[in-house]
Each structure stands twice: as C-alpha cells, then as structure tokens.
Design a protein around this ligand. Sequence first.
Ligand code: NAD
Length: 261
Amino acid sequence: MTARLDGKKALVTGGGSGIGRATALAFAEAGADVAVLSRSQDEIDAVAHEIRGYGRRAEAISADVSDAASVESAIKRTVASLGGLDIVFANAGINGVWAPLHELEPDEFDQTIAINLRGTFLTLHYAIPFMMQHGGSIIITASINGTRTFTTADASAYSASKAGQVALAKMAALELARYAIRVNVICPGAIETEIDVNTNQRDTDAARVRAIYPDGQVPLTGGKPGMSADVADLALFLASDQSRHITGTPVFIDGGQSLLV
Ligand code: NAD
C-alpha cells in the first residue's frame, strides 16, 4: 500500500530546494496541504505553485528558522492558512563554514548551530502546541555526520549541530509520545542538492582528500550520491500512518556510506 496523507496539513522548512522541495511535492502528491518555508521567496513561490498543481492548498512562507519571532509567526500563518498542523518536516539547514576547528571563527560556529540546531528547536517549540490535541508526526533532517565522522574533517560545527538534532529528536519523541506525536530523524549521506554549492569550504588537506576519492564512497551506487527523491520517500513513510509504531529513531539513508566508517 502506498503511503497516503489525505486531509493532513504539513509544514516543510527548507522547502524551497533539494530534499525539502522534493518532500513537499511528495506530501502534496500523497494528499496533504503543504506550507513551504525558506529564506528565499522566489524558490518557495515556485514550489507552492507546483503543490497547487496536485490540487492541494499551499502556502509559501519566507522566514529565517534561526529567528524566534520569524518562526513563531510562520507557524501561526501555517495553521491559519491550512486549518491545522499534523506533520512537521524540520529540514532547513546549511553546511556553513568547513574549516579546521582551531581556524573556525566563533561567529562561524554560531551561525551553523543557529540555523541547524536552534532552528530545529524553534520549529518544534512553536509547532508542538498546535499538534498536542490530535497527535502527528515530526521528522527532522540531521545527517550521518550526527553520529559518524566519515570523511568530513573540518565539519565540526556542522557535525555538532547534526548530533544535537539527533539528541533533540530522541528527547522530543519521549516527551511527546503521550500526545501521540511521533518524532523521527533522517540521517542522509551524500545527496545531490544545492547545499555543497553554498558551502564555504576552506582549502585544506581534508578538502583535497574529499575531492579526489568519491568512487566507492557510496557502496550501493558505486560512488554516485543519492537523490532528493530518495529522501522524500523516506520522509513520506515517516509522516504517514505506515510508520505508526516508529518514534525516536534515527534512520540512515546513505547507500551504505556509513558502513565504511
Ligand atoms: P539545499 O541547500 O538544497 O536546501 C536547504 C533549504 O534550507 C533551502 O530551501 C534554503 O533556503 C533553506 N534554508 C537555509 N537556511 C535557512 C534559514 N536560516 N531559514 C530558513 N530556511 C533556510 O540543501 P539540502 O541538501 O536539501 O538540505 C536539506 C537538509 O538536509 C539540511 O538540513 C542538510 O543539512 C541536510 N543534509 C543534506 C545532505 C546532502 O548531501 N545534501 C546530507 C546530509 C544532510
């Protein structure tokens, strides 16, 4: 049976591109009304247009997930425009600056933590009260970096933010089980999106090593990264009733990358 979300109301943060866009469209195709949030109005307007193409309601909300007032008003707007909130995909994130720990500036560290970890906290913090009466599903996008170091030396802020998301998801799952709200966390390996383009990666030995050895890094595909649609299928499963007995679980989706470390 295909996972369905008929009548459900969903919020997707970072819904303007990559994994978030693919998931917002998968949710809409499965029958959900979807609010998409990102910092760029243009990208979410385009996704909202595509969602309406599935005959679903869509709302495009420009907001910064690291800003409390911005997230609070985005959640209220989602609930007002869609008529409720059943599913939250807390997915917005950045790679930020990749540099050796002793060279990473404190404000560079703070920015990555602010968007990836504080942003996830704020999204859950403001969304939960609207879900407590009837239950629902929360899915967080972390990374295999949340539990593995893999080949990503220089990614200390990113990895710390992702490990924080995994811990946050487990605690939220425990706290929210009594309200029938499930919380799970997706840990992707390399997925082909815009995120690497926007990485501020310093020129280091580790960066040079990464650049030359992708072959075999993803056992299932002979080195090719996964696609956003691969992750969207997992998010759809975790959002739907098909995963009704799963909560507090980090799910790796990496073509076997994490088997190598
Ligand atoms: P992407 O760059 O295509 O999408 C990121 C989205 O987040 C964009 O819509 C962007 O506008 C939005 N965003 C960024 N900062 C924001 C902010 N402050 N407020 C609101 N929106 C903001 O990248 P992606 O690969 O689809 O990333 C989605 C998630 O997947 C991220 O959390 C990322 O860390 C995680 N992830 C990606 C990979 C990968 O290889 N692509 C691997 C592991 C984890």
